[in-house]
Design a protein around this ligand. Sequence first.
Ligand code: SF4
Length: 361
Amino acid sequence: MSQIENDLGTSRLLRDWYRMHRRELPWRESSDPYIIWISEIILQQTRVAQGMDYFLRFTERFPDVASLASAEEDEVLKYWQGLGYYSRARNLHAAAKDIMERFSGVFPDRYEDVISLKGIGEYTAAAIVSFVWNRPYPVVDGNVFRVLSRLFAVDTPIDTPKGKKAFTELAGLVMDPRYAGQHNQAIMELGALQCVPQNPDCETCPLKGRCTAYGTGNVRAYPVKRNKAKTRDRYFHYLYIICKGKTWLSRRKGKDIWEGLYEFPLIETDRAMDFTELQATDAFHRLLEGAGRLNVSVDLQEVKHVLSHQTLYATFYRIEIERENDALKAFLSVATRDVEKYAVPRLIHIYLEKLKGNLSE
Ligand code: SF4
């Protein structure tokens, strides 16, 4: 994650998008920490559409800390009925009493005080102090995990302590501290409306041009969860061999992936390998023996490509050779400019697009 510097441009794009696309929600109009607190706890239980009625009824009956603190527990629970997790309603009630006693009925504005209240964890505390007082605490909820993991293609599983720590750090780096509240709301809203779990709307996403998962065609791979069923790892080394304006392709056969599609000569290994190791394999020797001097460049390195039951790590080498050798006769010889005319897997399409970009630069 060290390559991710504090990038305020992302925060600006998010906030610009948020101003145009945010949903009008009753608690968004409020700068009352009590109102924000109630809305956040209700939204942990339910979706916005269902939560709205509960929020309106609850805050009508208990409009402030004092009214909630002085209510009977049974009545608080009654207003919570249907939301489930009654312990959350009990915690709200207990915290309201605590605010009356410890803070004279005034909702505390320091993060440390807010998080000391019963039922308030890191996420809720950060949401309250940033939304209301613009304090620079990043929020990290499911939506934020998803957006960040895709934006930076972070492999660390989100459901581990290490993941939680890494994503909190990353969320802080992306946030412009001058606009913490709006930034936090914007990134959560993007996750709720645009960067959704299934079929995110990448085409109209303000972060499209910066999103690594989108750029590599790997949106489905993120976020990574530890408990996911194990998939098989495969290591593909594609050789884009060029000689006098020609290159070579083969068509995939058999029951493996991508049957019928075209690809460059492929060497598959059971572990990651750099070029020195690859060059020493029998497969490499067989393929390029007699081709003369090789001029090699690595165009794409270990691109991760996730399929339903396997993860591919693909490296693309561009190899200019002096002469066509016998081994290449087993492949289809194609003019380099015509490669685009063949049906190729998405992974190779990405590579070709990158090549085009490089050539036109
Ligand atoms: S481009 Fe797609 S995956 Fe990337 S942040 Fe936007 S919606 Fe999410």
